[in-house]
Structures are given as C-alpha cells and as structure tokens.
Write a protein that binds this ligand. Structure first.
Ligand code: F6R
Ligand code: MG
Ligand code: MG
Length: 365
C-alpha cells in the first residue's frame, strides 16, 4: 500500500524568548489535529524541540496535497492564536503570509514529505533540528549514505553497494527550484564539492540506486529568502527510511556523533556544534547550541507506533559533553573570524549598516 508521510514544522511563538513553545500551545495544536484530521489522516504525532513544533502526518493523499497542507496550516494558526493570547515571544513568526494558498511551501513552515510503498516492518526516522539551517544535514547524510567509514552497509550489503543518488538544491536560487542529481560513489567528489557549502547547497532527497526507492526527504525552505528579512533560521526537518536496502538506523545516527559545526546559534549568525538531544529539549546557552532530536517509528498500514527517542540513550550524554566543549571553544573567540557567519549569511543588518557608514571615512593614501 502506498502511503505518504508529511512532516511540517513551524515556530509559532515561545516562552521567555526563543526557547521553547508553551505546553498549552502544543496541546492545542495536537487537539486541533485530533479533532479535524480524522477523515484525512491515518495517523499523526506532534513533537517539539527548541522553539519549534513539528507535525508528523501519515495519509494516502500524496506529496504536496492541498488538504493536508491546509490542515497543518490551520493547526499552526491555532497554535499562533494561543501563543498570542499567552503573550509568547514571536507569536506566529513562521506563518509569514496571512492567507493559505494551497501549499505551505513558500509560506514559512518547513516541510519534508515522501510517498512510498510501505515495506513489511517499515522503519523510519524523523529528525528535527533547531537554531540551524537545512544544510545542517549535509555532512551526516553524506557520511551515512556515501562513506563506508561511517556506513559499513555500503560494503557489506550488495544492494547498498550500488550506491545512492543525491538530489541537491541550490537554495540561493529563489526564482525556481534549481536542483542537480549526483550519484555516489562515481560523483563523490562533486557531491562533496557542493555539500561543503551548507548555506548554498542542501540535500533535498536521497534514493537507492538498487531499487529506485526514496530513502530521505529534507526540508529546504529558506525563510529569509521568502520574507526578504530575518525571521529565524530555517530549523530543518528530515524523514529517513532505514534498514534492509537502506542504511541501518544506527548507520544514519552514527555521523551525528561528530556534532559538526553548523550555521545558526545566536541570532542565526554564528557557527555552533549540532548537539543531539532528547525530544522536547529547549535551547539555552547563547540561544543554542544548535540541536537535533530524532524519533524512530515503525509503521503498519500508515499507523505509527509510539516512537523511540534515539538521542535519549546514555551514549549521547558523552557526545553532548563533547558538543558543549566544542561550543565553548568557538564561543571563546566571540565575533571573530570563523565564530560568526560570513556577511551574506548574517541574519541581522547591523554589520552591513556599520560597514556602509564607515565607507565614507575610508581614504586613499
Ligand atoms: C535564532 C533566534 C534567536 C534570536 C535572538 C534575538 O534563530 O531565534 O537567537 O535571533 O534571540 O531575537 P530577537 O531579534 O527576536 O530579539
Ligand atoms: Mg523563534
Ligand atoms: Mg526555531
């Protein structure tokens, strides 16, 4: 049976700054889906990390479905209304347009969707990151789907040995979706050449070359391109199908132990380590560090099991410790050099305005 998983996330307001949504906001979003989702959805799950709320919706309506997107949009609108009533900070911040126009893409919420023939024992991983941008998954997914140093299945399993095809989007191109498909292992150096720049090139999809089946869908929204001004980093969601002809769940999780430096953190304008955290963890230090949570589900005829919180395992305490040390090390140099993002990626205009004002005080000698 073909099913579709849609995961849609938004920041509709948070308590005490950009830390986390209120329990009431999350409860009301959940309640709305339970009440209104009945005829349309097979199942759903509502979760949160940092200041974001994320909906995982399972249904039979395919990718980009008008009614499914409308349902998610209305659920977030309910959340935004409660956030406003409670006086939360940034209430409704990711609902950039006031009217729904058929699809949440381009309106603010981040979305990753996949339609597939459900396998017996279908196993999936939902990843949700906050205080960072869609390119945050570039390195972990490159390592999990193209590097046998991290994914031994690439040499141990004959089917996985045929490699994976990466669809990569140029997110700086805002007029239309500009994408390229490259295949590992032949195009490995080209894939690396693009993915090294997570601000510009972002993995959108990965599929198995042995079966043609899609393994990964990532959100590629760039809020500051949509809004034309800073409205928060794009806090990406991703769906990964795991096991059998795809990497094992543990092979997908392994690269997250690197806690790679990613763009985001305070004011969306710095680099910080991507810290794997348990479900629902708020952000804190320097509005960060950037965090990623992961929930693993099994699915049967579109019905979701209760999830396993993959980064709650004690192994990850050690990784979190290391990530905190990496964060402190880079924070020690404040605004200087590689601690802060390059001009084009700064989410606030202050530095550009200062530079412009200084222009006329420069002189040629
Ligand atoms: C980053 C983020 C925060 C804010 C910061 C200032 O994604 O949301 O770091 O940029 O707290 O927020 P404002 O400008 O809303 O006071
Ligand atoms: Mg926020
Ligand atoms: Mg956020």
């Amino acid at each position: 049976m073909k099913i579709t998983l849609s995961t849609i996330k938004a920041d509709v307001g948070s308590v005490g700054g950009h830390l986390c949504p209120s329990p009431e906001v999350v409860a009301r979003v959940r309640e709305y889906l339970e009440r209104e989702g009945g005829g349309l959805l097979i199942d759903h799950y509502v979760t949160q990390v940092g200041d974001d709320i994320c909906l995982l919706l399972s249904h039979r309506e395919g990718v980009g479905n008008h009614e499914v997107h409308r349902l998610a949009w209305e659920a977030f609108r309910v959340g935004a209304r409660v956030a406003k009533e409670e006086g939360l900070y940034g209430a409704g911040q990711d609902l950039l347009k006031s009217a729904f126009s058929g699809n949440v893409r381009g309106l603010g919420p981040g979305v990753a969707e996949m339609e597939f023939e459900e396998r017996p024992g279908e196993a999936i991983l939902l990843l949700l990151a906050d205080k960072t941008s869609p390119g945050a998954y570039n390195l972990p997914f490159y390592l999990a789907f193209a590097d046998p140093m991290y994914c031994s299945g690439l040499i141990l399993s004959p089917k996985m040995g045929k490699g994976f095809a990466f669809t990569i989007m140029d997110v700086a191109h805002t007029e239309a979706d500009r994408v390229i498909e490259l295949s590992a292992p032949e195009d490995l150096y080209d894939i690396a050449t693009l993915l090294r720049d997570p601000d510009r090139f972002v993995i959108e999809k990965i599929r198995s070359r042995a079966t043609g089946e899609q393994a990964v869908a990532c959100s590629t929204t760039r809020l500051h391109n949509i809004a034309g001004r800073y409205v928060g980093k794009d806090d990406p969601v991703a769906l990964v199908r795991v096991q059998r002809d795809f990497p094992a769940i543990g092979e997908v999780l392994a690269p997250f132990a690197l806690a790679p430096y990613v763009p985001g953190f305070m004011r969306g304008s710095h680099y910080g380590p991507l810290m794997p955290v348990p479900e629902g963890t708020p952000v804190s230090f320097f509005d960060g560090p950037p965090v990623v949570m992961g929930l693993a589900f099994s699915i049967h005829s579109g019905t979701l099991t209760d999830p396993v919180d993959v980064f709650a395992h004690t192994f990850w305490d050690h990784i979190r410790q290391g990530a905190a040390e990496k964060a402190l090390e880079l924070r020690r140099q404040g605004f200087y050099g590689p601690a802060m993002l390059p001009f084009a990626e700064l989410e606030y205009t202050g530095i550009m305005e200062r530079l412009e004002a200084l222009e006329e005080r420069f002189f040629l000698r």
